[in-house]
Design a protein around this ligand. Structure first.
Ligand SMILES: Cc1ncc(COP(=O)(O)O)c(C=O)c1O
Length: 482
């Protein structure tokens, strides 16, 4: 009995060991199964990594945490900002400082110099949700994208739609190229329009006052294909007579830049030479800055997101081109120069243009917002400047706008201020002494009695400009009344 009982105890012991082994085997197998299933879903080529939910969550959380950093309404923090105390620091507007941009320097000069289009920043704050883009680590790592010549098919389609909706340019049945800002396209098109089989270079010209980068690029690249020849009006007779007289095509090779509305004076401009090689720079041909009298339909038209949406930092521009040969030469230039525009930029611009299109025509769309902001600024500055006869501003006529379907007043990107007194030969010095930094007329090959004042920067920049201008004008009034 005892022996049997002992044998039964042994059996029981073996039974428990078996059970334990079984349990260990079961747990190990469970663990391995979970591990392999996880591995399979995470790294298998059948199920891509983006099928793992929540992979963008930490990036979104990081972006939202940085957006929540308070910079007192006088600055902003960015995810890639300089880190201080473990978080990105505030980047303050001009004349504001301190860790949260709350301190204002009264003696600081107003910055009306640059064309930095931050007047549109508040619009994008309002549309933060719709305009956010998630860029995965593996997003379009290769050189290619959906279309030929490194161009996104969808972005191209949306750009054409945008022109159709705004009515500022004929974009259908036109070739399109993208550039790293319109800056890159300016010279790409000079190159493309230059006759490659002529014995002498094309003459590149523009009308005073003109955007100086045209001249600077032609001079810098110093190509045997194109040469800067200065002011368009000097060549009117030459270009019309030369076309018949020259056998090698030397003097009729004019490339004329036309900026409309013009930087710096905001006026709508047309070609003077009337040739076929005219580059229409339409960086500002959007309802924020001008009435849109008609859809333009020229051979070469350049646009820029910098002044359309305010995303100057994304460096994106495009050109609409009628002639296939010109297009091919421009594409060749772009291929050798940068192999197209950053695919990350194209992704971001697609989203931005989608938001613009979705809002298009609604109350508060980007064009209404842009026009209202620029119109208010222009009206305010005019009121201050008109208090004294020492200064004057350019006159821009009110005009019917096909976009707003009404006659609208001027809302230029820049004030082209003139010092009217004989002794104020250098207007920018007069302004500098009053704490206003503008851009002197001679930079645009105009008289130094003129200064360009930027109206497209932050509201803080504009407020400081108006305040300093008011003080200058009031000062002059009190002196002249003594
Ligand atoms: C008339 C004009 N064209 C072109 C540009 C270049 O713009 P972006 O290279 O930012 O597109 C500017 C910039 O201010 C401009 O004023």
């Amino acid at each position: 009995m005892g022996a049997r009982a002992g044998g039964g105890g042994l059996e029981l012991r073996f039974g428990s060991i078996n059970l334990l082994l079984l349990l260990i085997f079961f747990i190990t197998s469970l663990f391995l199964n979970v591990y392999f299933i996880f591995f399979f879903f995470s790294y298998s080529s059948v199920f891509s990594p983006w099928s793992v939910p929540g992979w963008s969550r930490s990036a979104a959380e990081e972006a939202e945490a940085v957006a929540a950093i308070s910079c007192s309404g006088h600055g902003r923090a960015f995810v890639d900002g300089v880190m201080i105390d473990g978080r990105p620091s505030c980047e303050c507007n001009t004349c504001y400082h301190g860790s949260d941009c709350s301190l204002h320097s009264v003696d600081c000069p107003a910055d009306a110099d640059s064309g930095n289009p931050l007047f549109l920043e508040p619009y994008w704050y309002r549309h933060a949700k719709g305009s956010a883009v998630v860029v995965a680590g593996w997003h379009r790592m290769g050189y290619v994208t959906t279309g030929e010549n490194f161009i996104s098919v969808e972005l191209e389609r949306h750009i054409r739609m945008l022109h159709r909706n705004v009515g500022n340019a004929v974009a259908d049945d036109r070739f399109i190229i993208f550039g790293a800002g319109s800056t890159q396209l300016l010279y790409a098109l000079v190159h493309a329009l230059s006759p490659h089989n002529s014995s002498s270079p094309a003459s590149v010209v523009a009308s005073i006052p003109y955007y100086p980068v045209y001249r600077m690029q032609v001079d810098l690249f110093d190509s045997k294909l194109a040469e800067w020849r200065g002011v368009t009006s000097n060549w009117v007779n030459e270009s019309s007579s030369s076309s018949s007289s020259s056998s090698d095509g030397s003097m009729n090779n004019f490339i004329e830049f036309v900026t409309s509305p013009n930087n710096p004076d905001g006026l709508l401009k047309h070609s003077i030479l009337g040739g076929s090689s005219v580059i229409y720079d339409y960086a500002y041909y959007w309802p924020h800055f001008t009435a849109i009298p008609a859809a333009s339909d020229h051979n070469v038209m350049i646009f820029s997101s910098s002044k359309l949406s305010g995303h100057a930092g994304s460096r994106f521009g495009w050109a609409l081109i009628k002639d296939e040969q010109v297009y091919k030469k421009a594409i060749e230039y772009m291929k050798l120069n940068t192999m197209g525009v950053s695919r990350d930029t194209q992704l971001r611009m697609l989203k931005i243009i989608k938001v613009i299109l979705a809002e298009n025509g609604r109350k508060g769309d980007i064009f209404s917002f842009g026009y209202q902001t620029m119109r208010e600024r222009w009206t305010k500055l005019n009121k201050v400047v008109s208090k004294s006869r020492r200064f004057s501003l350019q006159t821009i006529p009110s005009q019917y706008c096909n976009y707003f379907k009404t006659i609208r007043g001027p809302s230029p990107a820049y004030a082209w201020l003139k010092c009217e007194r004989d002794e104020d030969q250098e207007c920018d010095v007069v302004l500098k002494n009053a704490g206003i930094n503008g851009r002197e007329g001679s930079l645009f090959e105009a008289d130094d009695r003129y200064v360009r004042l930027s109206l497209v920067q932050t509201q803080d920049d504009f407020d400081q400009l108006v305040q300093k201008m008011d003080a200058l004008v009031s000062d002059h009034q009190s002196i002249s009344s003594v």
